[in-house]
Design a protein around this ligand. Structure first.
Ligand code: MG
Length: 204
């Protein structure tokens, strides 16, 4: 399986990092070795100074497809979950400044936290009308609303599948809202999708 991530998909987050709002989706990939599952702790690596959290809605692909039209995109996913796109921000800034690829800052081992459970999209009226949030040590740190995505899930699937064949089990991280920040050893992270707790893990 592969992990496809969308960058700068919320205008307020693009701006907080000093980036322009994109006219096309910004895409990058993480390998399957990036997954961090089962609420396992995130051990802060030592190859950079500043690791950030990015709380994101994740769509699980359940059907093989290429060149999928936006109209038929809903046939390619049944469940959504939550994920954490961990980022070595200082390293990413250095790589961006040099025009180099981001992989070392974005695709390292355990950089893709994923919720244990996924929720059927049928349990929601509209997946573009969902609220999610991250609590750090019980305090609200990041709040997101899927209606604020610049590129909606179905548009993302159509766009991504022009370049990459989507396979069963692939995960699409749909981007983070504003409020990203540093992870610190000892913190407890809890992620909610609507009223359901999806993730609960420690930073070590
Ligand atoms: Mg992200």
């Amino acid at each position: 399986m592969k992990i496809i991530c969308i960058g700068r998909n919320y205008a307020d987050h693009a701006k907080e990092l000093g980036n322009q709002v994109p006219s096309e989706p910004v895409i990058f990939l993480k390998p399957d070795t990036a997954l961090l599952r089962n609420n396992d702790p995130f051990f802060v690596p030592d190859f950079a100074e500043e690791f950030h959290y990015e709380t994101e809605l994740v769509v699980k692909i359940n059907r093989l497809g290429k060149n999928i039209s936006k109209q038929f995109a809903p046939r390619y996913y049944e469940e959504v979950g939550m994920g954490m796109d961990f980022t070595a921000r200082d390293l990413q800034s250095k790589l961006k400044a040099k025009g180099l690829p981001w992989e070392r800052a974005k695709a390292f081992d355990h950089s893709a936290g994923i919720s244990k459970s996924f929720i059927s999209k049928q349990s929601f009226k509209d997946i573009q009308n969902l609220n999610f949030k991250l609590l750090v040590n019980g305090e609200e740190r990041q709040i997101g609303y899927t209606g604020d995505m610049l590129f909606k899930v179905d548009e993302i699937i159509a766009y991504v599948s022009k370049f990459f064949t989507l396979k069963i089990g692939d995960l699409i991280y749909t981007g983070t809202p504003a409020g990203v920040g540093r992870v610190n050893i000892g913190e407890r992270f809890e992620v909610f999708l609507e009223n359901q707790k999806m993730m609960d893990f420690l930073i070590k």
